[in-house]
Design a protein around this ligand. Structure first.
Ligand SMILES: Cc1cc2nc3c(=O)[nH]c(=O)nc-3n(C[C@H](O)[C@H](O)[C@H](O)COP(=O)(O)OP(=O)(O)OC[C@H]3O[C@@H](n4cnc5c(N)ncnc54)[C@H](O)[C@@H]3O)c2cc1C
Length: 470
């Protein structure tokens, strides 16, 4: 008998749109078991190669069928340091699930029939967390002698720190912001990734002996040379891509045109949604436009809608995207959630110019219609503007979510660090070592905007090259 896919339960729409509570509730044990029995345990499990850190998916799902949840946890932890995080935010539909033999979709993302690997990973990760299961520490004498500095505490930096701390190295993480986590803290909202999960993982690293120094901007507070002089023999750069891009169109400097970075950081890091209890307000309008179609755009739109509801305004949030729904790069689940929550979409639209009022506040966005031509270098069909197709939209708050690029601060302070035309750090792809001996890099600062699991994959590779060569 064909077994239907088990979807995870979710918070009802009316309960979620006036707060930042987690939306996806995850599996119960019964649901996890039912989903695990759908896995056909392929002889050649293609899902494993679909995962950037090659989790032994077949094995951990088999362990779930046997109710050996601790065993499943340790299987995942062998290659993935943060199962509860990845089980919540990995774009599995484009990665491991897309490689599942049960997938029937002709698109870049999988169909619902593919095993819900991410929900199973989350179930197992949360079991490990609830039961304080600790991944084995494999101290080795070579690494124990190494003193390592990690710059940046996003998924790349945290993963690298964990890899080396478990081998016994003395690890210090330097983070420019006041709290650790990178995008996991200041970008992704609590309704997708509750802060307790992130805090648990950071505390776990602290228990392993990792030292965290926040409010330290490497390149300004301390240089790489000074870190070497302080006795660090290796440095890992997990700087991310924290600088927002803009479109360069007229009126972009008007008041209430935010970058998604600023908008989300004010909410996630500085609790703007709890103003006046917290002292960092964020403006909110009656007609909100979000430009872009990635995860950042969905997070900004869904956060803005929650703020409108919390302030008693009639929700009106619209995403402006120059291609169609099919090409939206965001996770499919986030797109569905955005729609359910009442976010509107304006597809095939390109912003041309903002218009403001006499006080310099944004009031309108002028757009042009686009149509799709042949695929471009990204593999997606290229949007082409249709002449004389202008239309205008009311807008008293706009959030630009059109991409991120590398922060130049440390790179400019360290001219020996070679970068490419996008200002990303150039590394040896095997060892992840940069142009400076002993300085390694990984995550978005190397590959440009990517995913959490890809950042972790690079960090693991960099850690491996130290572990193997000390
Ligand atoms: C809003 C948003 C939502 C996203 N959603 C998803 C998702 O659902 N799934 C997914 O897989 N990916 C998602 N991504 C992408 C993912 O978050 C990134 O690919 C990932 O965080 C990159 O990790 P990283 O460690 O390289 O960098 P980051 O997470 O950016 O961390 C870099 C850290 O380095 C610090 N830093 C930088 N320079 C210095 C310095 N000189 N000194 C000290 N510290 C420094 C920064 O303050 C930051 O804390 C999202 C991205 C955004 C912005």
């Amino acid at each position: 008998m064909k077994k239907e896919p088990i979807e995870a339960k979710e918070l009802a729409v009316d309960k979620r749109i006036s707060g930042f509570e987690e939306v996806v509730l995850g599996y119960s044990e019964k649901e996890a078991l039912a989903e695990s029995f759908r896995c056909i345990q392929c002889k050649n499990p293609t899902c494993i190669s679909g995962c950037p850190v090659n989790i032994n998916i077949k094995e951990f799902i088999l362990q779930v069928t046997r109710k050996d949840y601790a065993g499943a946890y340790f299987t995942i932890r062998k290659t993935n340091n943060f199962p509860s995080i990845c089980g919540r935010v990995c774009p599995a539909e484009y990665q491991c699930r897309k490689a599942c033999v049960l997938d029937k979709s002709k698109f870049a993302y999988c169909s619902p029939e593919a095993i819900n690997i991410h929900f199973l990973e989350r179930f197992v990760g949360d079991y490990g967390m609830r039961n304080n299961l600790e991944a084995p520490i494999e101290k080795d004498t070579k690494s124990s002698k190494t003193k390592v500095a990690v710059v940046g505490s996003g998924p790349a930096g945290l993963c690298y720190a964990g890899e080396l701390a478990r081998k016994g190295a003395a690890v210090v993480v330097f983070e420019g912001l006041q709290s650790c986590g990178g995008v996991l803290r200041y970008g992704i909202p609590n309704f997708r990734l509750p802060r307790e999960i992130l805090d648990y993982e950071i505390n776990y690293l602290a228990k392993l002996g990792v030292e965290f120094k926040t409010n330290v901007l490497v390149g300004k507070t301390v240089s790489l040379d000074e870190l070497f002089q302080q006795g660090f023999s290796r440095i890992f750069l997990g700087l991310g891509a924290g600088v927002p891009s803009f479109l360069g169109i007229k009126g972009e400097n008007l008041c209430n045109v935010y970058s998604a970075n600023e908008f989300l950081t004010r909410i996630n890091l500085m609790s703007a949604h709890k103003f006046p209890e917290y002292h960092t307000p964020v403006n909110i309008g009656e007609h909100i436009l979000i430009i872009g179609g990635g995860n950042t755009a969905m997070d900004a739109a869904r956060s803005a809608l929650r703020l409108q509801n919390m302030r008693g305004l009639k929700p009106d949030v619209r995403i402006i995207y120059r291609r169609t729904e099919l090409e939206l790069p965001a996770r499919r689940l986030e797109i569905e959630h955005a729609k359910e929550e009442g976010i509107k979409f304006e597809f095939l639209a390109q912003p041309k110019e903002f218009k403001g009022n006499d006080q310099g506040f944004v009031r309108k966005l002028i757009c042009l219609r686009s149509e799709l031509a042949e695929p471009d270098s990204s593999g997606r069909r290229r949007p082409v503007v249709i002449k004389e197709s202008e239309f205008e939209l009311d807008c008293d708050l706009c959030v630009m979510a059109v991409g991120l690029k590398a922060n130049q601060l440390l790179i400019k302070a360290t001219p020996e660090l070679k970068t490419n035309q996008d200002a990303d750090i150039i590394v040896n792809p095997e060892s992840m070592e940069s142009s400076i001996k002993g300085v390694y890099a990984g995550g978005d600062i190397v590959g440009g905007e990517g995913t959490i699991i890809e950042a972790m994959g690079m960090a693991k590779k960099a850690a491996r090259s130290i572990i193997d060569n000390t």
